[in-house]
Design a protein around this ligand. Structure first.
Ligand code: ZN
Length: 193
């Protein structure tokens, strides 16, 4: 069975067989792209924080690193991608509608949408560890603990932005997490059957 090149150059998306050669542990040489002649993926040697900052800055090469090189096809298959995109979409929908209906008593306006999305993104920063766990194996109890931490930090963030009671903010965040969880489980059973 022939395996296609899994990796891409982050500069120009040109396929590449391997991103580096390892001579000995910790001693690697980054490969150059056959097309643009630049280092194919400089992020290999970068800290996660630098990649995260470049993702926030909307640098396409950081996204290429994330999708093509960090999660190779074996780890991030299509189902996982659907799970992440759909799960986060539903999560944000529940938070926005819940905040508008139960916390602010208004319709979902553009300004508060922006604020609420930003709040959720900032307070979900711990999720980067969940992403990391897809690459490095961690016990599932750890993932639950981090989910709890994300839930509580979402609640505090929403409380600040909506200026509402903690229990109501917790309710909205909990509903959003629950919807995301059940959709993810449902997708998993679909995938397994
Ligand atoms: Zn290139």
């Amino acid at each position: 069975m022939e395996k296609k090149s899994d990796f891409r150059c982050v500069e120009c998306s040109f396929p590449i067989k391997s991103l580096y050669i390892q001579y000995s542990p910790g001693n690697i040489r980054l490969m150059k792209c056959g097309n643009c002649k630049k280092v194919a993926d400089e992020y290999i040697e970068c800290e996660v924080m630098i990649i995260l900052i470049d993702l926030i800055l909307h640098k396409p090469k950081a996204y290429r690193h994330l999708f093509y090189n960090m999660f190779t096809r074996d780890i991030l298959d299509f189902e996982v991608l659907i799970d992440v995109v759909l799960g986060n979409f539903l999560f944000m929908s529940v938070v926005l509608i819940g905040s508008a209906k139960f916390l602010m008593n208004t319709s979902v306006g553009v300004l508060e949408c922006k604020d609420t999305v930003l709040t959720m993104l900032v307070s979900s920063y711990f999720k980067i560890f969940l992403i990391a766990m897809m690459v490095w194996e961690f016990p599932s109890s750890m993932i639950i603990m981090i989910d709890m931490f994300v839930l509580s930090s979402n609640t505090v963030a929403l409380k600040v932005i909506a200026n509402s009671a903690t229990i109501r903010c917790f309710g909205v965040c909990f509903a959003a997490h629950a919807v995301k969880f059940f959709v993810s489980e449902w997708l998993r059973t679909l995938h397994l059957s």
